[in-house]
Write a protein that binds this ligand. Structure first.
Ligand code: PLP
Length: 460
């Protein structure tokens, strides 16, 4: 019995799903879509997983009428909260093609074509960092997985160098402004984070790292320090650490330098901020999420090693049933904590190939120009205070005289209205507002009118 005969074929259902996808890609999503309480959603969905099924048409109705309206529009140009998304049409539509092609992209033998194309996208990213053509890696689900995989590889290199001598405690160095996923990696790896104090903008500098290393013995690796993590830029403030200064200290001490560029390393492509990334050429690994500022859909993180063999030494899996895997070719499964993987780099590759890297450069520069224009708009309004000059595309600002509850009320009101999504954050223990720009179509005038509205009392 063939699969087709076993699962009833419903031409109309397939067309309905494709039609909905087409409209979503070309029309965007309602910005008022928002979470509802779980009990409400359960009631609205009813029982959907039942012995006879509810039928695809009913499931699709529930998807469009219940599921989607309770799911935030990540790619709306006025979604400025957390790190939003702005996938290109080409990337979104190609995600459908990747699903249709049902590719296993863990091993070369199974996914060679897909992997070759993904690797061209990775090579472009590596070239932006000034890395040699021998650099490489793979795409993973997100920077949480990318950071973890890179740190595991860096510890493996240190373990090899110590040749079996076990340090009292494994640890890596990071500032308090490193992303929560970096601390999560320490928990998973059962190791410590050696805290390096940030400067007044929260940046790790080479000087601060050297001061911390001076409290250790002459060989920090022998004391279990296997890596240093810098951010290019931080999630909360978009600040880029002093990569060049830190890289110099790492080289002098034989330490692996990992750059968490999940959000900000996309800006390596933009000449106006390229100097901030000086030193990337000396790093050992970096991550960047194309699903953030490189216009790809979820979930897509590029993990790149300067010397990929360190990734493979840590992550290659061996078993009787894997004996047939050719180890002389590029197997993405070797470079991260995974085996089976979707060719999740392909929508990014397709978008790059479609539009060209120059348009990517221009799109990121457009976002940077939007950010600078909005910073100017904030500076020109007496009811607002710009907290710091943006390095990249995050803007932190205060509404003079507001308390935390005022920010919450304002944020909630506008989320409901669907005109802007902006959630408060904290910097140096003060509540404030934070915009994160990602989308080249965000309109400065529209943001300026939101800033004007902040002159009013907070919504009651
Ligand atoms: C700097 C930084 N690192 C890591 C992450 C985690 O990335 P992901 O959500 O893709 O796992 C984020 C997410 O915003 C981030 O901004």
């Amino acid at each position: 019995m063939t699969g087709e005969r076993f699962w009833p074929h419903d031409e109309q259902l397939l067309r309905s799903v494709m039609d909905w996808s087409w409209r979503r890609i070309t029309d965007g999503q309602n910005p008022q879509a928002r979470a509802r309480p779980s009990a409400e959603l359960d009631a609205a969905l009813g029982d959907t997983v039942v012995p006879d099924g509810i039928g695809g048409h009913e499931a699709l109705r529930l998807f469009t009428q219940v599921v989607v309206p309770a799911t935030r529009a990540q790619d709306n140009p006025m979604n400025l909260a957390f790190v939003p998304a702005a996938p290109t049409e080409a990337a979104l539509v190609f995600d459908l093609a990747v699903s249709a092609a049902e590719m296993f992209a863990g091993t070369w033998e199974a996914g060679a074509g897909a992997i070759a194309a993904e690797n061209q996208a990775l090579a472009w990213l590596a070239s932006l960092a000034g890395w040699p053509a021998s650099a490489g890696g793979c795409f993973v689900s997100g920077a949480t997985m990318g950071n973890l995989s890179a740190l595991v590889a860096s510890r493996e290199r240190a373990r090899t160098r110590l040749d079996g001598a076990a340090p009292p405690r494994w640890r890596f160095a990071a500032t308090g402004d490193a992303h929560s996923s970096v601390r999560a990696a320490a928990t998973v790896m059962d190791c410590e984070v050696l805290a390096v104090p940030g400067d007044e903008r929260g940046r790790m500098t080479g000087t601060a790292l050297a001061e911390v290393l001076a409290t250790l013995g002459p060989d920090p690796v022998a004391e279990g320090l296997f890596a240093v993590v810098v951010s290019s830029g931080t999630t909360n403030a978009g600040v880029v650490d002093d990569i060049a200064g830190v890289a110099e200290v790492c080289r002098a001490n034989g330490l692996w330098l990992h750059v968490d560029g999940a959000y900000g390393a996309a800006a390596m492509v933009a000449p106006s901020v390229a100097p901030l990334f000086a030193g990337m050429e000396h790093a050992d690994s970096f991550v960047v999420d194309p699903h953030k500022w490189l216009f790809a859909p979820y979930d897509c993180c590029a993990l790149v090693y300067r010397e990929p063999e360190h990734g493979a030494a840590a992550h290659s899996q061996f078993a009787n049933y894997l004996e047939g895997v050719d180890r002389t070719v590029w197997n993405p499964a070797d470079f991260a904590v995974h085996l089976t993987r979707r060719a999740r780099g392909l929508p990014f590759w397709f978008s790059l190939a479609t539009y060209g890297t120059d348009r990517y450069r221009d799109a990121v520069e457009t976002v940077l120009a939007t950010t600078r224009a909005v910073a100017d708009e904030i500076r020109s309004r007496p009811h607002l205070r710009l907290v710091m000059e943006p390095d990249l595309s995050v803007v932190l600002f205060e509404r003079v005289g507001w308390e935390p509850a005022d920010y919450e009320a304002w944020s909630d009101y506008h989320a409901r209205a669907g005109n802007v999504l902006c959630v408060p954050t904290r910097w140096e223990d003060r509540s404030m507002l934070r915009f994160c720009f990602i989308n080249p179509t965000t309109d400065v005038d529209e943001v300026a009118s939101v800033l004007d509205g902040l002159a009013d009392a907070p919504p009651g």
